[in-house]
Design a protein around this ligand. Structure first.
Ligand SMILES: [Cu+2]
Length: 406
């Protein structure tokens, strides 16, 4: 097994990191906006407001490339000569949820969360991700169900290209023991119309594959998962992205009921438990199916084009009409999808439910809110029994989630 010793910290010049920061949206930490695309005033005649579009991938300098090339010697996916960008990802233990062990990935140990940070790639890009396992061995021992499996965690991804040494599995020895680190190489292969290779653009997820056993079941269930989006050059970039993982025990991002929505009514801070947007912002959801159950993802007041990049452009009626526009979608374990939409489009500020439409799941707390904010940045008025958080900051009753208000 590869054992790395290099500790390079922030690789590359500031300009590289400016690109990297643009390309990695901190969903967990929230509040990262692209280009200040907040809509102001009435919408103009154009259907879609001006928005950032995805440019070319970062290209490292020759000196930086030499460093990056040495990070993870060995195989590269075909087409990836060497990575041009690197991020660090830390696996850490977080405060327990009751008696439940919680783990998270973070771009720094201090910002680790569940879900972990959204990782964004551009087709054609090759990314090096150095995973640092800072989870105490005793914690991993407590999660372990299979005594034949060594202690450790890993990074396994969906959708993009990688070789076995970046698979993040026990049989490939591509995991990280406590205190160790390892660099994984992901390649966002572009679409190739000559060969028929479909490319990698779309909505995916990454997760542990070793915590507790050979499939990472306990590691994922403790919080080691996050979203991955691969964009194409020219794609419209959203103002905000939210990752929502629908999982076992009727959970959204491993929370239920009031714990899914902790927005302060006056000063809401976006994050895994506070889904907010200004009216007219281009919002993106990345939905993950985890665990053992089927679910349906339903969003009130909004609908979306069901495509690999979550939008459909153009005026070709045959093409546009061939794309379903939906507001409810079924996901099974391991499935992912995503979409973009304009928050409050025609419907305005309000508290819009996001829930599983398997009724007994939503009745058990698999329900949260997307808050389209008032112009002053506060949450729209809502009935007293549905306040996400009281004025004093204490969680309030969430009877409305169970009241079948659909
Ligand atoms: Cu469900």
């Amino acid at each position: 097994m590869e054992k790395e010793t290099s500790r390079l910290g922030l690789v590359g010049a500031p300009r590289l990191w400016a690109v990297a920061i643009l390309a990695v949206t901190l969903v967990g930490a929230g509040a990262l906006r692209f280009g200040g695309q907040q809509a102001a005033g009435p919408a103009p005649a154009a259907v879609v407001p001006a928005a950032n579009t995805v440019g070319e991938p970062a290209v490292a300098s020759a000196a930086e490339r030499a460093v990056l090339a040495a990070l993870a010697p060995g195989d590269r996916p075909e087409g990836c000569i060497q990575p041009d960008r690197r991020i660090n990802l830390y696996a850490v233990e977080l405060p327990k949820d009751g008696t439940q062990i919680r783990l998270g990935y973070g771009l720094t140990p201090e910002t680790a969360s569940y879900p972990g940070p959204l990782i964004e790639m551009i087709e054609g890009e090759c990314l090096a991700i150095t995973l640092h396992n800072q989870i105490p061995a005793a914690t991993l021992e407590a999660l372990r169900r299979d005594p034949n499996i060594p202690l450790g965690v890993s990074l396994h991804t969906h959708g993009v290209k990688y070789t076995p040494t970046s698979d993040g599995t026990i049989h490939t020895d591509s995991y990280v023991p406590p205190g160790g680190q390892r660099t994984y190489i992901w390649y966002a292969k572009p679409r190739n119309t000559s060969t028929g290779s479909q490319g990698t653009a779309g909505y995916w997820w990454y997760h542990d594959h070793l915590g507790g056993g050979p499939h990472g079941t306990q590691g994922i269930g403790a919080g080691l998962f996050g979203g991955l989006v691969v964009r194409r050059q020219g794609d419209v970039r959203p103002d905000r992205t939210y990752v929502t993982a629908f999982g076992d025990l009727q959970s959204i991002n491993l929370r239920r009921g009031a714990a899914t929505d902790t927005c302060d009514p006056v000063n809401p801070v976006p994050g895994p438990t506070c889904i907010i947007a200004d009216k007219g912002e281009r919002v993106e959801f990345l939905v993950i199916g985890m665990g053992n159950d089927m679910h349906t993802f339903h969003l009130h007041g909004h609908s979306w084009a069901d495509t690999r990049t979550g939008t459909v452009d153009g005026t070709n009626k045959a093409i546009v009409d061939s794309v379903p526009v939906i507001d409810n979608k079924t996901i099974g374990p391991g499935d992912t999808f995503g979409f973009q939409f304009l928050a409050g489009d025609s419907v305005g500020a309000g508290n819009w439910m996001v829930h599983c439409h398997m009724q007994f799941h939503s009745d058990q707390g698999m329900s949260t809110m997307m808050h389209v904010l008032n112009p002053d940045g506060t949450l729209a008025a809502h009935s007293a029994d549905h306040a996400p958080v009281s004025a004093a900051g204490a969680p309030a009753a969430h009877s409305g989630h169970q009241a079948g208000t659909k």
